[in-house]
Design a protein around this ligand. Sequence first.
Ligand code: TEU
Length: 566
Amino acid sequence: MSFREKVIYQIYPKSFRDSDGDGVGDLRGVIEKIPYIASLGVDMVWFNPFFPSPQRDNGYDVADYRAVDPAMGTMDDVEELIARLGEHGIGVMFDMVFNHTSTAHEWFQRALAGERRYRDYYIIRPPQADGSLPTDWESKFGGPAWAPFGDTGEYYLHLFDETQADLNWRNPQVRAEMAEIVNFWRAKGVRGFRFDVVNLIGKDAQLRSAGDGLDGRRMYTDGADVDAYLRELNRASFGRDRDSVTVGEMSSTTVERCVGYSDPDNEELDMVFSFHHLKVDYRDGRKWTLMPFDFSRLKATLHEWAAGMQAGNGWNALFWTNHDQPRALDRFGNATVWRERSATMLATVIHLLRGTPFVYMGEEIGMTDPVYTSVEEYTDVEARNAYATLRAQGLSEADAFDVVHSKARDNARTPMQWDASEHAGFSSTVPWLRPTNQEAISVAAEEESGRILPYYRELIRLRHESPLIAHGTYEAWALEHPSVFAYIRRLESGSPEGPASESGEALLVLTNFYGESTAVAVPEEFRTGRVLIGNVHDDDARLAALAEGASELELAPYEAIAILAG
Ligand code: TEU
């Protein structure tokens, strides 16, 4: 099965299920929940890092790529997990954090101890002649991107936390090490690999300052060498498996570069995560601000990426939420009045688009951001730094709290809500992050009478059954509509996966992003069509009106409807 036909489920292991009562999720907890995962119908599970780590960035500070953090389990547990998921035909995707290691990694420690070989694994520079830092680059988590390298008087680069030292990919030994790590996991049956911020591995060869008063990102993002490094990694590791599935996380990138990374002819990666559609509620492009989302920008961005990637033969990973993003329901839907409707609408947008859908744990039951009342409840290094910065900029405690409340990555990291019990069925004790509304939102409640979970199962089934959804082309529709996002998918009868019927197949997807009903034009070929899936169940009269000559369809609040051409 091609990655184009798959749906991938993301599990944040720290928050999925705690099997041993320490308040932190673990691999045995995931094993317990395999029947649930299998019931979703997903094809692969992406696990956030569970490798040994000081946990300064929740596992993205890896101290050993070939072992399991004792708090998460053992190597036996990983092997059992891979085998047991495999019995259900579900593959695993591991998170390869290859732009940087933890400073606790043996390589960094040996570099600090003066071993030349390992010093060359990192990016270490003396200060400039005037004593200032080597470049003007800033850390993504705030502050400068350089920290003192022991007492040598030199500095090492860290684009993220100070304990996440950037690796020197110009060094062929580093590249060989990374390929060997992938091969270590391939030998254990791992076929999926997600590469963390992988478009940052090819920094400016001379490591120059950007000098633009910004954060320096143009000097280290999408560098000229990234493609060559990816191709080399592909050939030396995952490219040897016909059934591998790879996705690169691309920070601040462009459609053009992502076409290059994911065009199969280039033999780099299968697909990319990009984030521009999740920045439409950033004021002036800055994350730690408050702003309602800009719908016209959201549409323009989704369209640009769908059309642009198709034109260049690239492939998108499709997602609304992950462990770094607040819950989409709170950003683009209405989590209070229209929770079920807006959750299923958002799901429809992603699952029927051209690309491979990713479901982030809890999204399929309509989980929302936690309702915390104190900044102390936020644990993430980025949120803590941001709060301090906002306060230093003069924001009141209340205003700084509001920003953190809506933007913190902790929002997506609260425990999976299995049932309404005190600790949400996640743990027998107080979890590391507190769930706040499991009485209303849980797997148990959804299984009993919810609408979101069955809808996700149906969307996942459709991706498997419909070559039109997996392989069809994308075409914009009603791009100027102020509240509807719409598109058409087509599968020509001549195409390899094409339908038997001579005319081909076509699907119209209409989604209303607002709580008021609105009318949208329907192209003639769909007026006598049939509904493939929708989240409002009184279609009949409206479709009859269309068949009798109406040219518009009235969409209910947050309605999603997909119509197959008749
Ligand atoms: O994230 C990369 C990244 O730059 C962002 O998602 C970032 O966390 C966010 O924009 C800050 O506002 C990846 C991982 O997904 C993330 O969890 C890690 O913290 C980061 O890399 C460093 O490894």
